[in-house]
Design a protein around this ligand. Structure first.
Ligand code: CP3
Length: 345
């Protein structure tokens, strides 16, 4: 890769760099006053996501504020269940609520076919963001993992343990697998359209990997992520697009994550036993500052950041990020400070 290649793409190509590229999960969001101004004009969060001009403005806010090395599409992972007709709404202080969750075998068998064109508002947002971004800043597109989308669709809302989902899957095993494969196919078509519209990188969010034991994780989540990555790598449109996999606190060893064939593993903040040696040359790594550290003093932030940077200093292909998303209680000043000390190190 040559000198003008963006840092993020160099790192995803497993190059060792002096200064890592920096971006943050949930870099656009409620912790930013300028986000809250725009957000206050919409009652429903999804209505805001359906407005490509507004998505463009929101995706650029953190780039302008902190001079980051990548932008992420402003949208949500729940656009796919919404396109399947499950009626996704975001309720204040509650999160997502589904008006028509998956509650029976019939609900799965009667699902409407996924039409990727019904999410054209997302691809329009991609085009707008690409046009507005400086040429050297790549744009990350994304989707939820099939498992994470299934969990929300069956549970019908956020939950600590997703008990309803686990019971449903135990009771209706074959149908649940059928649903997971329908979601995988939808993710593939959706990501391919995002790539056609201009995204440079893809991130898959397996945000509910943490509730599965090792065997379930492979059977219900990683199997589908693997086939999704295989499909993307074997399609001429998406073959060269690097794929980042974020799994929240997965109950598995480092090899299981590497074997998904993702180009980069995004480490959850508690994953400090991940084996760097076994990942070398096989995947890039991203992470993994605990976002809660940003609520501490500058001294503590600096100490924690230096520890992480020291650990990944010689790793070929490292991207600085958090171990999960920025939360609304974080002061943007600290995000600015964080970005500065990573670049100064
Ligand atoms: O900069 C960005 O990352 C913005 C784009 C983005 C959003 N959601 C916007 C958003 C991305 C990449 C997501 C991914 C997403 N959405 C995930 C995976 C990442 C993760 O946190 O593990 C998940 C699980 C969701 C589902 C979701 N969206 C929930 C559970 C909620 C409500 C609770 C919460 O965390 O805010 C959302 C709402 C949401 N998505 C907001 C934003 C900015 C806040 C909505 C608001 O302003 O009211």
């Amino acid at each position: 890769m040559n000198d003008s290649t963006p840092l993020l793409l160099k790192a995803l190509n497993k190059e060792k760099l002096d200064i890592p590229p920096i971006w943050y999960m949930r870099q656009a969001g409620r912790y930013m006053p300028e986000y809250r101004v725009v957000r206050s004009k919409f009652k429903n969060f999804l209505d805001m996501c359906k407005n490509p001009e507004v998505c463009c403005e929101l995706a650029l806010q953190p780039i302008n504020a902190f001079n980051l090395d990548a932008a992420i599409l402003f949208s949500d992972i729940l656009t796919i269940p919404d396109a399947f007709g499950l009626g996704v709404e975001f309720i204040e202080n509650e999160g997502p609520v589904f008006n028509n969750p998956i509650e029976s075998i019939d609900d799965i068998n009667n699902l409407i076919p996924f039409d990727p064109d019904s999410l054209s508002y997302v691809y329009e947002a991609v085009t707008n963001i690409k046009d507005a971004l400086p040429k050297n800043i790549p744009l990350i597109g994304f989707c939820g993992s099939p498992w994470t989308l299934a969990a929300y669709s069956i549970e019908g809302r956020s939950s600590k343990d997703f008990n309803k989902t686990i019971n449903f899957i135990k009771k209706y095993k074959d149908e649940s697998h059928f649903f997971l494969s329908r979601l995988s196919d939808a993710c593939f078509l959706y990501l391919r359209k995002q790539v056609q519209a201009g995204v440079d990188v893809i991130q898959i969010f397996d945000s509910w990997a943490n509730i599965l034991n090792n065997q379930e994780l492979n059977e219900l989540s990683f199997n589908y992520i693997k086939s999704l990555i295989f499909a993307l790598k074997n399609d001429p449109i998406t073959a060269n697009i690097p794929i980042i996999l974020f799994a929240r606190d997965p109950k598995c060893n480092s090899d299981a994550l590497i074997e998904t064939s993702a180009d980069c593993i995004s480490l959850y903040w508690s994953m400090n036993d991940f084996c760097l040696e076994s990942a070398k040359g096989l995947t890039a790594l991203q992470g993994n500052l605990n976002p809660k550290i940003l609520l501490e003093s500058k001294e503590i932030i600096k100490k924690e950041v230096h520890e992480i940077l020291k650990k990944f200093k010689d790793f070929p292909g490292y991207i600085f990020n958090l171990g999960h998303g920025l939360t609304p209680d974080i002061n943007p000043e600290m995000v600015k400070y964080l970005t500065e000390i990573v670049r100064e190190y």
